[in-house]
Write a new protein. Structure first.
Ligand SMILES: [Zn+2]
Ligand SMILES: [Zn+2]
Length: 172
């Protein structure tokens, strides 16, 4: 079964109605996206949460607390881990190119949230995650995933008698 991801264009919001509203006007909405592609390098199992857009003097202020279902890698064993990542957004989309803002809305009144969301989500994927609290990680000797397989690399090491024997053999 293949998953069909929503295209990043779902994050292009026409805010013309809000731009023509008086400063102070705000609109609340909710993101509720199942499998969605935010960018070529960011796909999510879901993105949901409340979102507020407010008309300010400089443009549109976006405030949101979103939950992003993303896939990360366990830092011990490198297995894929499903992570619910909280994405906090508070960003001005300026209508005036002169305003020192990272994001702008141009004459077409389209506010593209994808680049902003991509940046926030990528920042969250830097967090180190474990697949489980007691993840055994990879064997430093042979590289197998010790959660799924067992190897004998450790036994050689731990057995003190073997160690002693090895030392004895080397000494000769
Ligand atoms: Zn792990
Ligand atoms: Zn091993």
């Amino acid at each position: 079964m293949t998953t069909h991801y929503l295209h990043p264009r779902v994050f292009k919001i026409n805010v013309g109605f809000l731009l023509s509203a008086p400063v102070g006007t705000s609109q609340d909405s909710t993101f509720e996206f199942p499998d969605v592609r935010v960018a070529d390098d960011v796909t999510l199992h879901y993105l949901r949460g409340p979102l507020r857009m407010s008309r300010t003097k400089e443009g549109i202020l976006v405030q949101a607390t979103l939950h992003a279902g993303l896939e990360n890698e366990c830092y011990r064993c490198l297995d894929a881990v499903a992570v619910d990542s909280v994405v906090l957004v508070e960003e001005l989309f300026a209508t005036n190119g002169d305003v020192d803002a990272e994001f702008h809305i141009f004459d077409d009144a389209i506010m593209d949230m994808a680049p902003l969301l991509r940046a926030e989500i990528l920042m969250n994927t830097d967090e180190r995650v474990l697949c489980r609290e007691d993840c055994k990680g990879l064997c430093p000797e042979c590289g197998i995933n010790r959660n799924h397989q067992t190897c004998t690399c450790d036994e050689d090491k731990i057995d003190p008698r073997l160690e002693a024997l090895k030392r004895l053999l080397k000494a000769e």
